[in-house]
Design a protein around this ligand. Sequence first.
Ligand code: ZN
Length: 150
Amino acid sequence: MLDDLRDLYQEVVFDHNRNPRNFRVIEDADRTIEGFNPLCGDRITLYIKLDGDRITDVSFQGQGCAISTASASLMTEIVKGKTIQEAEKLFQAFHKIVTGQDDDLKLEELGKLAVLTGVRQYPSRIKCATLAWHSLESALKGEQSSVSTE
Ligand code: ZN
């Protein structure tokens, strides 16, 4: 990995963990889901407001490691204002890259999310980084009220 990207990864994880964005409850959320990563003990609750198929607001609460918190924080920033389809596409691109199924880093497409590809260096932490996204996906499908990475 590029040194610059690794430095940025550490900086972004530190910043978002210390000061998570959208860390609050949405009282009248259209979707609420609890996500759990038993490997690390990360727990989040995700709140989503929808207008048709657009995500007008998204927030989270929870307790977890720095990577899970930073990833959830970044995710809420990135998907707010996006349509369900756009969020789904981002999740798929992100998931492929962090799990190493796609070595072709489409950094421009990922935007801010690109820094989280730094987690690939720490395979045991990948589920920490994807927890918020798995939760988002399940919540948008409306299938479950809780999701586990295992
Ligand atoms: Zn974790």
